[in-house]
Design a protein around this ligand. Structure first.
Ligand code: GLN
Length: 194
């Protein structure tokens, strides 16, 4: 689909959603903010789950009765791009944590995997499916993926070989923040999935 015909619903309850909206708009596609259940009734071709605080986002999703309808959209095949806290919301398992949010992505994530004290850092890596050379991955109190099933395609690893980017069917998820560096390649590849 041409970008100008695509509308991306960006979950806008908490965290870094504005930066995703700006990046999607800079690529010529449209965005709508998902703030309440009725926002899900609009024409939405794809969904972005932004970074922030997964516990807060999860609580709000439940309180606003948005968890189940969004989960149904993801399960039905709507393309979803999840970053950082968004990855935690998608994960089927969270290490040393009983929370389960969408649980549609067959991975185990480790929250705050680089240590609580380590606020943010950046690393370069090649990302599968992203052409044009290395990509600067910006991590902020990030998780990593501690385990995944064979069906999950690994797209990116950190310098210590931990998995930090995956694709599984319609779900694209990264532990870092592709909306914060000005490099639009990940969002472009996401729009190509629509
Ligand atoms: N540490 C956050 C969490 O566990 C994720 C951080 C982020 O999204 N930048 O939810």
């Amino acid at each position: 689909m041409q970008n100008e015909k695509i509308t991306v619903g960006v979950l806008a309850l908490q965290g870094a959603f504005i930066e995703h909206e700006q990046m999607i708009k800079s690529l010529g596609a449209n965005t709508v903010e998902l703030r309440q259940k009725s926002d899900l009734d609009q024409k939405i071709d794809a969904v972005i789950l932004p970074g922030g605080e997964s516990t807060v986002q999860g609580k709000l999703l439940n309180e606003l009765d948005m968890m189940e309808p969004l989960k149904a959209m993801i399960k039905a095949g709507k393309p979803v791009l999840a970053t950082c806290a968004g990855l935690i919301l998608l994960a089927e398992h969270i290490e040393e944590d009983d929370h389960l949010y969408f649980g549609t992505l067959p991975v185990t994530v480790k929250r705050n995997a680089y240590g609580r004290q380590l606020g943010s850092f950046s690393q370069n890596a090649c990302i599968a499916g992203v052409t044009g050379g290395e990509y600067l991955m910006r991590f902020i109190r990030a998780p990593y993926i501690a385990g995944s099933t064979e069906q999950v395609e690994v797209l990116a690893r950190d310098a210590k070989n931990h998995i930090v980017g995956v694709r599984y069917e319609n779900q694209l998820a990264f532990a870092f923040h592709p909306e914060l560096t000005g490099d639009t390649r990940i969002h472009e590849s996401f729009l190509n999935m629509v």
